[in-house]
Structures are given as C-alpha cells and as structure tokens.
Design a protein around this ligand. Structure first.
Ligand SMILES: O=C(O)C(=O)[C@H](O)CO
Ligand SMILES: [Mg+2]
Length: 257
C-alpha cells in the first residue's frame, strides 16, 4: 500500500493552515502538501510541521483568485508576471523545505494555444534553471472544473513534459482529474508512468473522500504498488463534512496512515 499525504489546501477547511498541520499530524499523516500558503510566514510554517516530524512535499505557484487567474505559465503576454510569481514560489519552497512546485499554467483561449505552448515551454526551461533542486510538477485540470485551462488531459501533460526536455520536470497524476474526463485511470497511469512525479486522489465525480468513487481506488493503489511507486499519494479531496470523521475512508479501502 502506498504512503498518503494530507493536502491541506482542501482538508480541514474549517481552520487556519497552521491548525490544519496539527490536525494532519493528529490524524496520523506523515506528510503534508499545500496549495497557496503564502500568507503564513515560512518560519512559522516550518516550525509547525517540524514540531510534528512531518515531511513537506509541495506548493503551487501563486494565483490571483480575485482576478479569476489560475496560474500564468502558459498565458501569452504574462511572462514577466509568471517569472515574479515563480521566484516567489521558489523562495518560499526553499524557506520551508518543500521539494516540489506545481507550476500552474493558467487559462488560455483556444486561438492563442500555439503562443501559449511556446511560452509555457520557455517558462518551464527558465524555471527549471532557477530551481534545479526542486521538482517542477505539471498538472492538467479537467474541463468540467476549469473549462478554460491550458490543458486538461494526462496525454497533453505528458507531451509538454517531454517537449520541455527538462530533467526536474514531472507530471502530477491527479486520478480525480483523469477519472473525471478520461477514465481508464490505471491504463493512463501505466502509460505515463515514466514521467509521473506525484499522485493525487479524490472521488470521481464528487471530489470528496475516495471511498465512493467511479474510480476503483483499491485497484489504483494495487497498480501503484505493482509499478513500484515509492512517492506519496496526496489526499486532495473536499470532505463531505467533518474531515476527521471522513477519514474512515482509509479503513474502508484498507489504508493505514
Ligand atoms: O486542482 C488540483 O487538482 C490541484 O492539484 C491544484 O493544485 C490546484 O488546486
Ligand atoms: Mg490535483
């Protein structure tokens, strides 16, 4: 059975980030991953997870939610803004001791896709050089949730990863996004195995706890074991109710944190 990390972008939404870290440790998680922790001073965040002996995995490049933006790496004309955001992410990741950054592509209209691809590749080469010690993750987001996003399928993510030709660039395989629109999740996992750097899960289609899902997560975890996955599986789901109560999905699926 793989190891599971708590995605504190979604889990324990009823409390501030530092309290989420305490909750993750109390629930038995040994690793955490974050979305946008930037409002919390890095020293406080580091002290909070170190106190519990947790590992810290990744963060996302900043977004401007107020402007409806979801990343900038592939957005034509926003190269300078992307680079400032990435530098902020790398500085923060280094300060807290995180090991990866999800480089968020952003929304790109179909007629500007060629331009967006060129810019994305250029930005990824630049970012990889800025932070050679960090893993950069690429994550396609399904079209139901984010219709205008630059890419939506695991195949597109793998193609960009290959085209960039950068050693520290990997695919974030979020089984929720893959299951939501592509299906055949284990087949896709096997197909892109060589470029996968991190894995995330949630029920399909509800994005809640993974015990009531169109994706057969028992089979998915077995496939990860068979493939020899030694990384973490990020629990990136939106709890149906109380997060601790919802963690009974672990015993339902034979998982021990
Ligand atoms: O939406 C997702 O699946 C993610 O992992 C991103 O980090 C953005 O929330
Ligand atoms: Mg995800």
């Amino acid at each position: 059975m793989p190891k599971f990390s708590a995605n504190l972008g979604f889990l324990w939404p009823d409390r501030p980030l530092l309290a989420r870290i305490d909750a993750a440790a109390a629930a038995g998680f040994k690793a955490i991953e974050l979305h946008w922790p930037y409002d919390v001073p890095p020293a406080d965040l580091r002290a909070a997870y170190k106190r519990h002996g947790l590992e810290i995995l990744g963060i996302n490049t900043p977004i401007d939610a107020a402007k409806g933006e979801f990343g900038l790496a592939a957005v034509p004309g926003r190269q300078q803004d992307f680079r400032e955001g990435f530098s902020r992410a790398a500085t923060y990741a280094h300060a807290i001791g995180a090991r990866s950054i999800h480089v968020m592509a952003g929304d790109v209209p179909p007629e500007r896709r060629a331009e967006g691809t060129e810019q994305f590749l250029d930005n990824l080469a630049w970012a990889a050089e800025q932070a050679p010690d960090l893993t950069l993750l690429l994550e396609p987001l399904n079209k139901h949730d984010r219709p205008g996003y630059f890419y939506s399928t695991s195949g597109e993510g793998a193609a960009i990863t290959a085209a960039a030709g950068v050693p520290n660039l990997k695919l974030m395989f979020d089984a929720y996004h893959v299951g939501r629109t592509e299906g055949h999740v284990v087949e896709r996992l096997e197909q892109h195995w060589g470029v996968i750097g991190h894995v995330q899960i949630a029920a399909v289609p509800s994005r809640t706890e993974p015990d009531d899902s169109e994706v057969d997560y028992r089979a998915f975890f077995t496939a990860l074991d068979r493939l020899g996955y030694s990384g973490w599986v990020g629990c990136e789901y939106k709890p149906r109710g109380d997060t601790d109560e919802g963690l009974k999905w672990t015993s339902a699926l034979g998982v021990r944190l």
